[in-house]
Design a protein around this ligand. Structure first.
Ligand code: HEM
Length: 405
């Protein structure tokens, strides 16, 4: 693990050896379960400093209480989202939009994009989503009694939906999956190369849609206006890249973590198979227990926060996997109760940047689970295999070999 220097203003007693990142290519902490890394943090300080918790040369403060995370995420004036994570891999400095913009610019773009991912739009995509899930699972069921759920179902399913949403055919689906994976989980050599490739793809698509408009997402973006003017090339890029990153991996990872849980907990699996009307509520509990996003903000000024002397420029991590296991927020947070009520988890974030794709993501997860459980008999993790999982800004799961022989 790379060690970043601890800044002088951080009191030594507030420093912890802790990371939600995993070295590229290495299995994470402990037992291949990145969520287990958070189990220890709530007993200690409300906020501590980790010199390890990024891969761009700085450590982060780590906020351990859900209520404090909400304070950070709500206060964009003090805790900015402006980081240029994607562009910095290329030595550039432009924001992914709206994710890396602060108010008021954030609101301008958020209002532009909101209608594209509204609950109504998610519902309209539902027949396509279900058809795609059924086709993939039927093919798996017909071809044997084992499969790699990530490769054979979760990625082709979610990436296909995402490409349809963008108005693209899925003949290059495998290439997109590879790009998404290398962007989020690749090493420092692979990431800039693939970032360049994704950028060239977005630019090319935007140029094509400018020349020949069709009824799709990119055409909407290149024709859109904000504050009475068309979007700049950089803004079109910033939106295109964000949608690419946000939609490619997250839902597949959620489905992977859910099926891994069910494979290890046959009683819960049987309960959902025999009473599928429980799946909507169960999916919320699985989102609570296995969320995938770690949000990081940058302090815009010096502030003392819950005893921590945060200084301008410091990174502050609000990890959904930490908020969702906070005992002050959830009774027995490490117990997975598929009937948990009043489940106000943080999987989709909080405040102005709350996930724009949550309606679509939720429908995809629920439909994926419904169709999987309806078509595949009692399944387990194949003997002799163990899923490889990742930490990072977005947690992921690379392979999940299930067996129902
Ligand atoms: C289970 C799947 C998903 C999870 C757990 C998830 C989680 C999140 C989280 C935590 C944020 C807040 C980030 C921050 O505050 O810094 C976010 C933002 C966002 N998500 Fe998702 N997401 C998922 C799926 C999707 C999908 C499918 C799409 C698009 C089709 C999407 C689009 C976005 C966008 C555009 C933003 C930025 C919103 C803004 O800055 O205003 N997400 N997501």
């Amino acid at each position: 693990m790379a060690t970043n220097p601890v800044p002088d203003h951080v009191p030594p007693e507030m420093v912890r050896d802790f990371s939600l990142f995993t070295s590229p290519g290495m299995p994470p902490t402990p037992n291949g379960d990145p969520h287990a890394a958070v189990a220890c943090v709530h007993a200690g300080l409300a906020i501590f400093y980790s010199p390890y918790n990024t891969r761009d040369g700085l450590g982060t403060w780590v906020v351990t209480r859900a209520k404090d995370q909400r304070r950070v995420l709500q206060d964009a004036e003090t805790f900015s989202s402006h980081r240029s994570i994607f562009a910095s891999a290329l030595g550039e400095n432009w924001p992914m939009i709206p994710l890396e913009l602060d108010p008021p610019a954030h609101g301008v773009f958020r209002s532009l994009l909101n209608p594209l991912l509204s609950p109504r739009r998610a519902m309209a995509l539902e027949p396509t989503v279900r058809k795609r899930a059924i086709a993939l699972i039927d093919r798996i069921a017909a071809s044997g009694t084992s499969c790699d759920v990530m490769k054979d179902f979760a990625f082709p399913f979610t990436v296909n939906i995402f490409l349809r949403f963008l108005g693209l055919s899925d003949d290059r689906l495998d290439i997109f999956v590879g790009w998404g994976h290398d962007l989020l989980h690749g090493d420092d050599v692979k990431r800039p190369v693939v970032a360049r490739t994704v950028l060239a793809f977005i630019d090319e698509l935007a140029a094509m849609r400018r020349k020949e408009p069709v009824d799709d997402f990119m055409t909407f973006i290149v024709q859109a206006e904000v504050e009475g003017r068309p979007l700049t090339d950089e803004e079109v890029r910033g939106i295109g890249v964000l949608l690419f990153v946000a939609g490619l991996d997250t839902v597949a990872a959620a489905i992977g973590f859910d099926l891994a849980y069910l494979a290890r907990n046959l009683k819960d699996q049987e309960l959902l198979r025999s009473e599928p009307n429980r799946i909507v509520i169960a999916a919320e509990e699985l989102l609570r227990a296995y969320p995938t996003v770690q949000m990081i903000r940058v302090a815009t000024k010096d502030i003392d926060f819950e005893g921590a002397p945060i200084r301008k420029g410091d990174y502050v991590s609000c990890a959904t996997m930490i908020a969702n296991r906070d005992p002050a927020e959830f009774e027995c947070p490490n117990t997975i109760d598929l009937a948990r009520e009043d489940n106000r988890h943080a999987a989709f974030g909080y405040g102005p940047h709350r996930c724009l794709g949550s309606h679509l993501a939720r429908r995809e997860i629920v439909i994926g689970l419904e169709e999987w459980l309806a078509r595949i008999p009692a399944f387990r993790i194949k003997e002799g295999t163990a899923p490889i999982t990742y930490g990072g800004h977005v947690f992921g799961i690379e392979n999940l070999i299930l067996d129902w022989s």
